[in-house]
Design a protein around this ligand. Structure first.
Ligand code: FMN
Length: 329
C-alpha cells in the first residue's frame, strides 16, 4: 500500500477520503463502520442553526414563554424535546471515544446570531474541527453580491471568536468571485473550504402542478462543478486546505481532485448508492495509480494539473468553450 497520509485543517489523516456530512455520519455505529472500511476522517451530520436557536430562545424565555402563539410554542417545545444540542454534543463525545480518526462537527447555518456561542460546546465535547455549512439564498433583487459574501465572513468570524480548533467553510458554487471568496475566508480565519455544497434543489411536477425535490444524490458527472474551481483556487490561494466535494464516486474522481490541487475529498452520494465498501476500492485505486507513476506520497502529484502548473492554463478558461462547443451541430 502506498503512503496515502495527508493533513487536512492541520489534522493528520491516514488518507484523503473524508465522509461528508449526512445521515451516514449521524450515529456512532455508522462512524465505526466507516472507520473499519478505512475512511480518513468524518464530518458529522449537521446540526442546524435553527435547532440551536430553538434551544437558545427557549432558554432565554423560560419564564416568559407564553407568547400567545400556541403553534410557535409547540414548535419550540418540539426542538426542546429533541434537545438537539445535547444530542450533538453526545454524538461528538461518543464518536471521539469510539474511533481514532478525526471527527469534524458540522453546523448548517445562515447567520452569525446567538447560536454561534454553542460552537464552543462542540469544541469542548472534543470535536477536532468545525465545518460551517453556510446556506443562504438571496431572494431579493436589492441584495448586493458583496453583502452576501460579507454574511459568510461574519458567520465565520463569530465562530472563530468562540473556538480555537480549525474551522472550514462549506459553500455553494453560486458566488460571483469564488477565488476572491476563498481568499477572504482565509483572511478571516478559515483553515479550509469545502467546494462545493450540493444544496437542496427544487423541481416541478408538471402532472400535479406541485413543487417537488430534485434528485438528492449526485452523479459522477457532477464532478465537473468543482474540478475547475479546485484547480483555480488551489493555484491562487495558498495555505487554505481545499476539500473537494460533489460527484466524487470512485478512486479516479479522487485522483482528479488531488491532481487539481485538493487536499482531501469528501464523499457522500457514492456511499448511499454503492455502499461504504467503495472506500477500500477507492484506496486501492489510488495506490495502484501511485505505483504506476512511481509516486511515493500524495504531494508528489497533488496540484500537478492545477491552473498554475499547466503549460497552458487557458485549459481552465473561456477559450475551451469555443473549441468544444462551437463545432457541435
Ligand atoms: C441524504 C443527504 C444528507 C445530507 N446531509 C447533509 C448535512 O447534514 N450537512 C451538510 O453539510 N451536507 C449534507 N449533505 C450534503 C453532502 O455532505 C455533500 O456535500 C453533497 O451530497 C455532495 O457530495 P456527493 O456528491 O458526494 O453526494 C447531505 C447529502 C445527502 C445526499
Amino acid at each position: 500500500m502506498s503512503n496515502l497520509e495527508t493533513t487536512y485543517l492541520g489534522l493528520k489523516l491516514k488518507n484523503p477520503l473524508v465522509a461528508a456530512s449526512s445521515g451516514l455520519t449521524g450515529s456512532v455505529e455508522k462512524i465505526i463502520e466507516l472507520e473499519k472500511e478505512g475512511i480518513g476522517a468524518v464530518v458529522l451530520k449537521s446540526i442546524f442553526e435553527e435547532q440551536i436557536n430553538g434551544e437558545v430562545s427557549s432558554m432565554l424565555n423560560k419564564e416568559t414563554q407564553n407568547t400567545g402563539y400556541p403553534e410557535a410554542e409547540d414548535y419550540i417545545k418540539g426542538y426542546l424535546r429533541d434537545n438537539s444540542v445535547k444530542k450533538h454534543i453526545e454524538l461528538i463525545e461518543d464518536a471521539k471515544k469510539a474511533v481514532n480518526i478525526p471527527i469534524i462537527a458540522s453546523i448548517n447555518c445562515v447567520s452569525g446570531d446567538e447560536w454561534t456561542a454553542f460552537s464552543k460546546d462542540f469544541e469542548e465535547a472534543g470535536a477536532d474541527a468545525i465545518e460551517l455549512n453556510i446556506f443562504y439564498i438571496p431572494t431579493s433583487r436589492h441584495e448586493k453580491p458583496g453583502v452576501v459574501e460579507q454574511l459568510y465572513i461574519d458567520v465565520l468570524k463569530k465562530v472563530k471568536m468562540q473556538v480555537s480548533i480549525p474551522v472550514a467553510v462549506k459553500f455553494g458554487v453560486y458566488h460571483s468571485n469564488i477565488i476572491g471568496m476563498a481568499e477572504k475566508l482565509k483572511a478571516n480565519g478559515a483553515s479550509g473550504i469545502v467546494m462545493f455544497n450540493r444544496f437542496y434543489e427544487p423541481d416541478i411536477n408538471v402532472d400535479t402542478l406541485e413543487m417537488t425535490s430534485s434528485e438528492v444524490f449526485s452523479s459522477p458527472s457532477d464532478i465537473r462543478r468543482s474540478l475547475r474551481w479546485v484547480g483555480l483556487v488551489s493555484s491562487n490561494v495558498t495555505q487554505l486546505d481545499i476539500a473537494a466535494s460533489t460527484g466524487i464516486h470512485d478512486g479516479n474522481a479522487v485522483l482528479k481532485q488531488l491532481l487539481a490541487g485538493a487536499q482531501v475529498t469528501q464523499l457522500c452520494s457514492t456511499f448511499y448508492l454503492n455502499g461504504i465498501k467503495v472506500i477500500p476500492e477507492m484506496l486501492d485505486g489510488i495506490s495502484n495509480f501511485m505505483k504506476k507513476w512511481n509516486f511515493k506520497k500524495l504531494d508528489d502529484f497533488r496540484g500537478r494539473l492545477s491552473y498554475k502548473n499547466l503549460p497552458d492554463p487557458m485549459l481552465y478558461e473561456r477559450s475551451q468553450f469555443m473549441k468544444y462547443f462551437s463545432n457541435r451541430e
